[in-house]
Design a protein around this ligand. Structure first.
Ligand SMILES: Nc1nc2c(c(=O)[nH]1)N[C@H]1C(S)=C(S)[C@@H](COP(=O)(O)OP(=O)(O)OC[C@H]3O[C@@H](n4cnc5c(=O)[nH]c(N)nc54)[C@H](O)[C@@H]3O)O[C@H]1N2
Ligand SMILES: Nc1nc2c(c(=O)[nH]1)N[C@H]1C(S)=C(S)[C@@H](COP(=O)(O)OP(=O)(O)OC[C@H]3O[C@@H](n4cnc5c(=O)[nH]c(N)nc54)[C@H](O)[C@@H]3O)O[C@H]1N2
Ligand code: SF4
Ligand SMILES: [Mo]
Length: 768
């Protein structure tokens, strides 16, 4: 793939602080490159305002209505919104000019930079070009192919977390009325491990912490998370925590800028001076060492209790509200400090210091993201964090709890709406009752299983609601060949991406409105709803003129597709849904618990919070108690001469889409084919800083996985570890390397070796 300008990286020392004036300037620069000053101003004035649209960036919550600022967004939110609001357009002439094979040779960045998709397009069997098609023809064709399948289970309906609640509800209803639970989503690659661990131990697969809890907590852990780039406004909340006297501990193999110091751009204090120091303690852990760390911490707490009985553990809570403590404690007491040191790279003294911080804190919150969820032992790691929180009664009480920080702005809402290949029985029964049909009983395929099914011909049609499936998924080459084996691939998208260029025999581009745009239907202007990382549900009103008059909303596309495919086979008012989204919300209110009087409550400024029984001290587990679990000690196994690679985001990208080739806070400029390695490891491997290397994935299936032409950058990452950007390195993540239980690809635990690159700098890249 072309890598524009990727050959001349410029490396500067990593930053030790985030945000402030440069961040605002960078946001404006990118926005003005994409669109006019007027449109930029309009988008920025409407982000995260009660009458405006929800930021399409991450799922970090907004402050309560009376507490919002005029500019309630971060640098990256501004970039994400203006990437959507761009004035650039892709018209049918573009697809005449470029064949699909040519487009498949372009970089992710180039494809995104071409602008908004404006008209439905089709690629017919045998053709290498997309050509214009009417909506009726496009949806008619897709419906006909769906009806021709031998079984509804030969179809896959993927969702990425930007889709609204309304679109998600309609999609899952359509898929189930059609007859399948094949509803994989980006969550399968994201927080699936969090959901699995929390559901098992606490009975609810979501976090139990509010913004207010964060502000007033005594101690907040940030584990496996880079908030300075990926949840920037979280730093504002953490600054508040610190002002209220709380402390912060960061656990990360990289000393990320946002974990160290933060300058707030909208206050004088952020513009001058040194800003707020964020982390009081930074634990420079090895990749994959977090299970060992929390087991060690739990052991130290048990020993502190032995030394001063009755002063450390919350016995009343453990006795009345939990089960499994005795087995857990017996197991933890066998922990070996040698193993802990090998797994974490931390000294006992560092962990003892952490214990002292914990002992000095009454109420504790643990926040985490992809650094924990994308490991083979992700679920046990998060279960061990739950053990840690339970020991001192830090669950189900204010200012404390578990906080999986979600990625996509509505990824949590999509799940609540039923986007899941294995929704629980109660949901399926309620759905069936409401619409008088019997939803399929068998679980569907998640993302990894969907790829396997496409590979061996069990799946024939792929429809994506948002997202970029072939770049988000592991083992890029294998996944692309899986997609190419399909009879039909179709994508409901705002922007062009690589998934549109990796086609089945027939392919469709179904262009749609973005969240920033006015959504006019026969029943008047519509709004949609979303749920943030802290279970707050609120409305999002588009404010811009649509990018093209030919665009349909996601709800309209899905409702029309359902009508084309199912006719009146099920008792669903698809037309009504398209005309007036209140009618969808009425049905959601009757199917999904917590959404009673949805239409009335969601129009209140700021919306409403979904109830979480854990906050009432109720644990809907089979035993009615919170569960201590016994987790076998595990750590990644890395042979000598190899490194453990984590694949991560740069500051200037949105998931699979790089906006620029810079990663400012880490001091990387002008290239993404960079691998960060500790200087001692570079020496030990006999390599030199700045060398060109290939990354070779090592897995036991004998397939060679290679990402070539990377520049080696000496960087303060933990020993034995390496870091490089996703999606360029997805080619190295084996499809079969997945987390236990959650089946999440192990994107943060890839065993690699480095080889000096045979092709030196200048040659164009051939690999994905
Ligand atoms: N600007 C921007 N914002 C985003 C996104 C984006 O692409 N761009 N994506 C959104 C989405 S969908 C998501 S899920 C979130 C992701 O948000 P993050 O989870 O912050 O994203 P990653 O870049 O994957 O970063 C993982 C962090 O975990 C650390 N890490 C890696 N391995 C380990 C480990 O084994 N242990 C520990 N303790 N730390 C580890 C890395 O050094 C890095 O700091 O961000 C959301 N927000
Ligand atoms: N190696 C590795 N792989 C990973 C990860 C990792 O850390 N490392 N992270 C994983 C994670 S956490 C996630 S969440 C996934 C992300 O995977 P996805 O969610 O599938 O990918 P995105 O890059 O967010 O999708 C971008 C595309 O969404 C479309 N889009 C944007 N806005 C809208 C909209 O409003 N409506 C519609 N219909 N389309 C829209 C655009 O066409 C855009 O090109 O990737 C996963 N893959
Ligand atoms: S923190 Fe996330 S949701 Fe908030 S403005 Fe930034 S990108 Fe948007
Ligand atoms: Mo994500």
């Amino acid at each position: 793939m072309d890598d524009p300008g990727g050959d001349k990286p410029h490396i500067t020392p990593p930053k030790t602080w985030t945000t402030g004036v440069p961040a605002v300037a960078h946001a404006m620069e990118y926005s003005l490159e994409q669109t006019s000053p007027r449109r930029t101003a309009l988008t920025l004035l409407n982000i995260n305002q009660t009458e405006g649209f929800d930021c399409p960036g991450c799922a970090w919550p907004d402050p309560a209505p009376g507490h919002r600022k005029r500019n309630e967004y971060c640098e990256n939110g501004a970039k994400h919104i203006n990437d959507e609001a761009t004035s650039r357009r892709i018209t049918p002439t573009f697809f005449e000019q470029y064949s699909i094979s040519e487009l498949a040779g372009k970089s992710d960045q180039w494809l995104n930079q071409q602008g908004r998709l404006t008209e439905p397009m089709v690629k017919h069997v045998g053709s290498d070009h997309y050509e214009p098609v009417t909506w009726n023809e496009a949806l008619g064709l897709l419906a006909e192919e769906l009806r021709r399948l031998d079984s509804p289970d030969e179809a896959i309906f993927y969702t990425s977390g930007r889709a609204s609640n309304e679109a998600a509800f309609v999609l899952q209803l359509f898929a189930r009325a059609f007859g399948t639970n094949n509803l994989p989503d980006c969550s399968n690659m994201c927080h699936e491990s969090s959901g699995a661990a929390l559901k098992e131990t606490l009975g609810v697969g979501k976090g139990d912490v509010s913004l207010r809890d964060i502000h007033h907590s005594d101690l907040v852990f940030l584990v496996g998370q880079n908030p300075g780039s990926n949840h920037p406004r979280m730093l504002t909340a953490l600054e508040q925590t610190k002002r209220n006297g709380g402390r912060i501990v960061a656990v990360n193999p990289l000393p990320e800028a946002g974990l160290i110091r933060f300058k707030y751009p909208q206050k004088a204090r952020g513009l001058i001076g040194r800003g707020t120091r964020i982390a009081d303690q930074f634990l420079h852990i090895r990749v994959g060492g977090d299970l060992a760390l929390f087991q060690a911490l739990n052991l130290l707490l048990l020993e502190a209790e032995d030394a001063r009985p009755g002063t450390v553990l919350d016995h009343e809570f453990i006795e009345n509200q939990t089960s499994g403590f005795t087995e857990f404690a017996a197991h933890i007491r066998q922990l070996s400090w040698k193993d802990v040191h090998t797994a974490t790279g931390l000294t006992r003294a560092e962990i003892e210091k952490l214990r002292d911080v914990v002992l000095g804190s009454e109420r504790i919150i643990v926040c985490w993201a992809m650094g924990l969820t994308q490991h083979k032992h992700a679920v046990p790691t998060i279960r061990e964090i739950v053990n840690f929180l339970l020991l001192r009664g830090n669950i189900g009480t204010p200012r404390a709890g578990a906080c999986p920080v979600r990625g996509h702005s509505n990824v949590q809402g999509d799940r609540t709406m039923g986007i899941w290949e294995k929704m629980p029985r109660e949901f399926m029964d309620a759905l069936g009752r409401e619409f008088s049909f019997t939803p399929p009983a068998e679980h569907g395929w998640d993302t990894v299983d969907s790829i396997r099914a496409m590979l061996d011909g069990r799946a024939k049609i792929f429809l994506g609601l948002a997202g970029n499936f072939v770049r988000a998924t592991p083992d890029s080459r294998i996944t692309e060949s899986a997609m190419r084996r399909c009879r039909l691939t179709a994508h409901i998208s705002t922007k062009l991406n690589r998934s549109h260029t990796v086609c089945g025999e027939i392919a469709l581009i179904l262009p749609t409105l973005g969240r920033s745009e006015k959504d006019r239907q026969a029943g008047g202007e519509q709004f949609v709803t979303v749920e943030d990382s802290m279970s707050q549900v609120h409305a999002s009103h588009g404010r811009l003129e649509p990018a093209s008059r030919m665009l349909l909303s996601e709800v309209a596309i899905l409702s029309q597709l359902a009508r084309h495919t199912l006719g009146d086979k099920v008792d669903v008012p698809w037309d009504g849904f398209e005309t007036d989204y209140h009618l969808i919300r009425q049905r959601i209110a009757r199917v999904v618990p917590g959404f009673e009087n949805f239409n009335e409550r969601v129009v209140r400024p700021g919306g409403f919070g979904l109830p979480n029984p854990v906050n009432e001290g109720v644990f809907p587990t089979p035993s009615g108690k919170a569960l201590f679990t016994t987790n076998e000690f595990q750590m990644p196994q890395v042979p000598d001469g190899h490194l453990l690679l984590q694949t991560m985001r740069s500051h200037d990208q949105w998931n699979t889409i790089p906006y620029t080739l810079d990663d400012r806070y880490r001091g990387i400029h002008g290239s993404r084919r960079i691998v960060l390695v500790n200087p001692a490891d570079i020496r030990a491997l006999g390599l030199t800083d700045g060398a060109q290397v290939d990354l070779i994935g090592v897995w036991h299936d004998g397939v060679e996985r290679r990402a070539d032409g990377f520049r080696l950058v000496s960087y303060p990452t933990a020993r034995g570890c390496a870091a490089a950007y996703y999606p360029e390195t997805n080619v190295l993540v084996p499809l079969d390397s997945v987390a236990e239980i959650s089946n999440t690809p192990t994107s943060k635990g890839v065993v690699i070796r480095l080889e000096p690159s045979p092709l030196q700098a200048a040659a164009p890249r051939a690999s994905a």
